[in-house]
Design a protein around this ligand. Sequence first.
Ligand code: HEM
Length: 371
Amino acid sequence: MWLIRSAEVARQVLRARDATTQAGFTAESLTGRMKDTPILFMDGEPHRQQRAKVARYFAPKTVATRYHAFMEARADALIASMADQPTSRLDRVTLRYSVEVASQVIGLTNSDMDKMAGRLEKFFDQPPFDLTRPGVGRSRFQAIRAAIAGNLPMLAFYLADVRPAIVARRKDPQEDVITHLLGEGYADSGILIECVTYGAAGMVTTREFISMATLHFLRTPPLRDRYLTAGEPERLAILGEILRLEPVVGHLFRRAQADLTVTDGDQTHTIPQGALIDLGTRQTNADERIVGAEPERICPGRDLPKGWSEEVMSFGDGPHKCPGNALALRESDVFLTRLLGHDLELVTEPHLEWDELIAGYALRGFEIAVR
Ligand code: HEM
């Protein structure tokens, strides 16, 4: 396995056209077993076509016009309900909020949001795995546990959330991902898998990021003050800098399908065909050659080279680059500007857990008082 810590090399690997395939999120052990492949596991021309078709749901203009009012209304309501309680669990509220926002884009709007959030959370509680080993390194017991841990909540998610959304859209098509998949002839099973993919990609990630950003703002009052007085472009840049330091997806994996030559400064390396490539987001994001001095500290306003944005690799790069990046930052901003405008007290510091599926952090037990 090749471990990549250089931001430049990571970008070359992720942008190498048709030279790599997706190897993260246990894709290699699942692809081929599914009738309709989810977008995250596709590669090459079918992937390019699928991305082009769903792009319209994620365009920054669409995000700003179609979803902004919804985000504001939901953030206001959820924060008002926090203010009604002596203390609240922020990690539960951020889950609820990110599930509601992503559901609008996906089209999962015909069921109880709170219960759906719970079902998705259960689904992502998976036993550990090792991508370098056959059968992703799980023992027979762990494989059975993973199947049960995944399949039961998946069935519940299908019956309670996905199926009602499909039935409603067959009658009355909407402007969302499920309607698009129906138009493409996807079977219910394919739509279910895609909903799980968007659930992982869009809901779990944004939830963690909003919690992590809150923690940074609470621990660093000048950062919070600056964020609250800044205009929108600067606020989004501050969030990008926090996301750089705290990438929710900690590793991206690819399989080299051909020999791949990469250059790092004045050095050249050839990654052989068949190699597994592990791109360490946390390390690439702290590459001094891109982000400058003190790369492991938050410093909004870094002088980045042309072509790099604040979050560096936290949304990936190349053909799989997160289509939800504009949505994620804007939805976080809408929630955080409202939450941080209140008088807040950190009642219980969250504990840090590890989410195997996205190779990233999970903050739990985050209790705050909103006044
Ligand atoms: C802070 C929040 C988010 C982070 C850190 C994040 C991060 C990422 C990363 C790193 C990838 C690339 C995976 C790879 O290259 O292997 C990705 C892909 C993806 N993300 Fe996000 N994401 C976020 C929010 C969202 C949202 C809100 C949505 C949609 C509602 C979304 C939908 C997707 C989808 C569908 C993919 C797969 C794209 C493809 O494979 O072509 N993400 N995300």
